[in-house]
Design a protein around this ligand. Structure first.
Ligand code: IYR
Length: 227
């Protein structure tokens, strides 16, 4: 029989009770902070201390996950040569994507963003974070059990990561080269891991710009309904 072990939340001291007014202020403040996050595609090569990124990845690792298996792996790439290899491999895939793979409807959807197959940011930005979803694992490293709700879990972790990087003062780009299988090869990841997302982070160039298309945000009434 499993012995269920719990620690009272009170004893952990992790839950901070707050009054309604304070909750509202904090909710507003967090909104105001996150609404200043924009996906940008022009980065400077200004170095960012590795420790800052590591702390943000540690934050991502606090996301909830299926059976608490934490089915994620973050390949943190700062090495010039590896960044260059990733750029070249990504651009090769992207050329095929923009030339024929995407199809008309997809290209139309991307048109207002002005994106194309050139990805200089993969070399310029100080850090690339290659996120992988592990199909097998467990609550501790080295385990080999089936993982559950991978996409949900890793998606939530990426949300934590992006919010943490923004909160730290960094710009981010969620980049999804299509397909991303080359990342597994370049970073030597096992076949049980699926490349999930490439998060590019660093400081934005002075003349970095945000497409108007990306600033259209659905008002609350269009994204929720009270039942
Ligand atoms: N992976 C391509 C295309 C792309 C697709 C979507 I959906 C975007 O929101 C943005 C880009 C690229 O990175 O250019």
């Amino acid at each position: 029989m499993t012995e269920y072990k719990y620690t009272p939340l009170d004893q952990l001291g992790d839950y901070m009770p707050r009054g309604d007014a304070e909750m509202q202020t904090r909710a507003n403040d967090f909104f105001d902070d996150l609404k200043r996050r924009h996906t940008i595609r022009d980065f400077t090569d200004q170095p960012v201390p590795r420790e800052v990124i590591e702390k943000c990845i540690e934050t991502a690792g606090r996301a909830p996950s299926g059976a608490n298996h934490q089915p994620w792996f973050f390949g943190l790439v700062g090495d010039r040569d590896v960044k260059r290899e990733i750029r070249l491999a990504a651009e090769e895939e992207e050329r095929a994507f923009y030339d024929w793979r995407a199809g008309e409807e997809w290209l139309d959807a991307l048109d207002p963003l002005g994106t194309g197959p050139e990805k200089p940011f993969l070399e310029t930005a100080p850090w690339l974070i290659a996120v992988f979803a592990q199909r097998r694992g467990g609550v501790e490293a080295g385990m080999d059990k089936k993982n559950y709700y991978l996409h949900e879990s890793v998606g939530i972790a990426c949300g934590f990561l992006i919010a943490a990087l923004h909160h730290a003062g960094l710009a981010t780009l969620t980049h999804t080269p299509n397909p991303m299988t080359f990342l597994s090869k370049k970073l030597n990841r096992p076949a049980t891991e699926k490349p999930y997302l490439l998060v590019v982070t660093g400081h934005p160039k002075k003349d970095a710009a945000v497409p108007h298309h990306s600033m259209i945000k659905k008002p609350l009434n269009d994204i929720m309904k009270v039942y």
